[in-house]
Design a binder for this molecule. Structure first.
Ligand code: XUL
Ligand code: CO
Length: 437
């Protein structure tokens, strides 16, 4: 359990905003209050096991580059436990309160599910002890239903019932261990729940199977008394060409269509939003409007590049816009900001894990402070309110409560010759936003 995987790194210090110290928090102060709540509780920062511990930084053209001296590259249990020790050392030194994992990140896939489950239990026991010793908590767990060849055509949407059955059993176990570790949530990201060509796909049946799968998960959650929140994570493509959970709107329609809406919130990922042709603030606003903003996979992409680059979110303009939405939604309850992000392949040294997370945490601390200042200033919110002021009339009340009729509106509209339209003042509002960044 005692780990010295990062001997060259001390607990990351808090430094002055103008400090030239390369590794230090310039903005993040966990106990500082913003809008009456500590930064720690606003953000609920998490590091993810799949990128931080398991991503060797290979790409389709090159081999892994990451140096991980604590990891011997094998899948024996001792190595799994040593890796977990290194991870908790990282969390402690980087002042990150939460973590996330897939079942297969922390323990290997064996030849049968029974053997995989037995090894998973051994590693989860170790996680429980580490969590107890360090106070680090599980934000959410999930199952890897996309890496093994059996899932090549999907898991809950596989054309083969044997694959569906295996996925169901794997998810049952993953929910169990998430519950055992006191997880605040459980994520469903359907990487291969979609298709490549309709020539071989029965979309109607696949979507119905996915809904049955999720209903069984809801029922199992209830039966074991797991109080964590279920999240769906939208993404339009990659690895599938067409994914059923493509964006917030598609997820909401799916959940409503199959009676699942009361049981799920959404986990919004920045780069998934941009792949769907949206901004992340669009996706967050769509969730807020429907009351389903649950959690965030915080990363960023390269705008002009069509794949999921999972970069660390380091741009304060991006984080300000995100924090405006998160604050407007009332903040996180069981969700948080999970860095679903990886270092660039060129940033291969262990210390780069720290630089990457600290840059992301500081960017969000700036975003939070800027968003709170924008809200306190009130000019942008006032502008929006005034823009809709005509709706605060008797007619507005009638339309908004669903009492108006087309005939009634026709009587008002038929002879009108002037419409009091107003400038949207986008440039003026951008200018105000930038006062705070
Ligand atoms: C993939 C992705 C996943 C989910 C968890 O793009 O975001 O890592 O967050 O399965
Ligand atoms: Co993600």
């Amino acid at each position: 359990m005692p780990s010295d995987a990062f001997p060259e790194i001390d607990i990351v210090p808090f430094v002055d905003r103008t400090s030239k110290e390369p590794l230090g928090f310039r903005h993040y102060r966990p106990d500082e209050l913003v809008e009456g709540k500590s930064m720690r509780d606003h953000m609920r920062f998490a590091s993810c096991y799949w990128h931080t511990m398991r991503n060797g930084l290979g790409d389709p053209f090159g081999t892994p580059t990451a140096r991980m001296p604590w990891d011997d590259g094998s899948d024996n249990i001792d190595n799994c436990l040593r890796r977990a020790d290194a991870f908790f050392e990282f969390l402690r030194k980087c002042r990150i309160d939460f973590y996330c994992f897939h079942d297969r990140d922390i323990a290997p896939e064996r030849s049968t599910l029974a053997e995989s489950n037995a090894d998973l239990d051994r590693v989860v026991d170790h996680f429980a002890a580490l969590s107890q010793a360090t106070g680090k908590k599980l934000l959410w767990g999930t199952a890897c239903l996309f890496a093994h060849p059996r899932y090549l055509s999907g898991a809950a949407t596989s054309p083969r019932i044997e694959v569906f059955t295996h996925a169901a059993a794997q998810v049952k176990k993953a929910i169990e261990v998430t519950h055992r570790l006191g997880g605040d949530g459980y994520v469903f990201w359907g990487g291969r729940e979609g298709y490549t060509t309709l020539l071989n796909t029965d979309m109607k049946r696949e979507r119905e199977h996915l809904a049955h799968f999720l209903h069984m998960a809801v029922e199992f959650k209830r039966s074991i008394g797991f109080k964590g929140q279920f999240f769906i994570e939208p993404k339009p493509r990659e690895p599938s060409v067409h994914q059923y959970d493509s964006d917030t709107a598609a997820c909401l329609a799916f959940l409503r269509e199959f009676g699942l809406l009361p049981h799920f919130k959404l986990n919004i990922e920045t780069n998934h939003a941009t792949l769907a042709g949206h901004t992340v603030e669009h996706e967050l606003a769509a969730c807020r409007a429907a009351g389903v903003l649950g959690s965030v996979d915080a990363n960023s992409g390269t705008e002009h590049c069509g794949w999921d680059t999972d970069e660390f979110p380091t741009d304060p303009r991006l984080t300000t816009k995100m924090m405006l939405e998160i604050l407007a939604a009332g903040g996180f309850t069981q969700g948080g900001l999970n860095f679903d992000a990886k270092r660039r392949r060129e940033s291969f040294e262990p210390s780069d894990l720290f630089h990457a997370h600290v840059a992301g945490m500081d960017a969000f601390a700036r975003g939070l402070k800027a968003a709170a200042a924008i809200r306190a200033d009130g000019r942008i919110a006032d502008f929006v309110q005034r823009r809709y002021a005509s709706w605060n009339s008797e007619l507005g009340r009638r339309i908004e409560s669903g009492d108006a009729t087309l005939e009634e509106l026709e009587k008002i509209a038929l002879h009108r010759i002037d419409w009091p339209i107003e400038s949207g003042r986008q440039e003026m509002l951008e200018h105000i936003l930038h006062e705070f960044i």
